[in-house]
Design a protein around this ligand. Structure first.
Ligand SMILES: [Zn+2]
Length: 271
């Protein structure tokens, strides 16, 4: 499942590809729904519109036009790619035709993704109630996290994965950030000192920023970025490494379930 860094890399790739002069000629939908129904008015609304920006909010991609924005969630297997004539593939659900005759394809074999329409400057149920962006240092602060952890008995891992607390911290990056901050994933959020929460805020930001940089440097070609490459080949420190040696202390990493998700941590380094 693409996490925030993967979506951000696709966003940057699309932005580079499309440039600032692009216009949508038409939108071709191959089916009426993905995980939920695709608004039937999507094509009518956005046809002929200039693209004024390509944004990311949490794990959503937004392609902005003056008449509204195309909202896209990648689900488990969603990808965008440049699809020249003849490059039609199974599970291509949407073709976005640009006025310069290029064509973008949204492909999603498992169909957990989503295509929606956001009114100009409008709201959308999927975007309501989202917490701050982790990379925004003005919004995602120690003060914010400390306030959201206060008196909470829930495991810290569950709290930082709560999209109302902070967006885009999925199962992988939550584990990596907690390892780097030296905090055990199951520790009750309310029992963690401010100093340690400050470290966690920094590590969440760093681990995501590093993953974005890694994505940008290892994937130079947009077709690969939008392809079925799955996760970037990060070197994760704990994710998926239960039973292997801790990179910091050499102890065997422990695997378990925290907040309903598979989790790996070091009993020595994380307290
Ligand atoms: Zn260790």
């Amino acid at each position: 499942m693409p996490e925030l860094p993967e979506v951000e890399t696709v966003r940057a790739g699309l932005e580079r590809l499309i440039g600032t002069e692009a216009r949508i000629a038409r939108i071709e939908l191959m089916r009426p729904d993905l995980r939920v129904r695709i608004p039937p008015s999507l094509g009518r609304r956005l046809a002929g519109q200039p693209i004024t920006g390509i944004r990311r909010r949490a794990k959503f991609l937004l392609i902005d036009t003056p008449a509204g924005s195309l909202l896209c969630h990648f689900g488990m297997t969603g990808t965008w790619r440049l699809a020249p004539p003849g490059d039609e593939r199974p599970h291509d659900h949407c073709y976005l035709h640009l006025a310069d005759h290029r064509r973008l394809a949204f492909r999603d074999p498992r169909r957990f993704g989503m295509l929606g329409l956001v009114e100009p400057h409008g709201r959308h149920p999927s975007l309501d109630g989202l917490g701050p962006e982790p990379l925004d240092a003005q919004q995602f602060t120690l003060e914010h996290l400390a306030q959201r952890c206060r008196r909470r008995k829930a495991p810290i891992k569950a709290v930082i994965m709560d999209q109302a607390v902070v967006v885009g911290v999925g199962n992988i990056y939550a584990q990596e950030a907690l390892f780097r901050a030296g905090i055990r994933p199951q520790r009750p959020a309310g029992a963690i000192t401010r100093a340690r929460l400050a470290r966690l805020v920094d590590e969440i930001r760093l681990v995501l920023a590093e993953a974005i940089v890694a994505g940008g440097s290892t994937i130079s070609d947009f077709r690969q970025a939008g392809g079925d490459s799955g996760y970037f080949q990060h070197r994760f420190r704990v994710y998926g490494r239960a039973g292997e040696a801790c990179v910091a202390c050499g102890a065997r990493l422990t695997g378990g379930v925290v907040g309903g998700r598979g989790t790996t941590w070091c009993r020595t380094c994380q307290r």
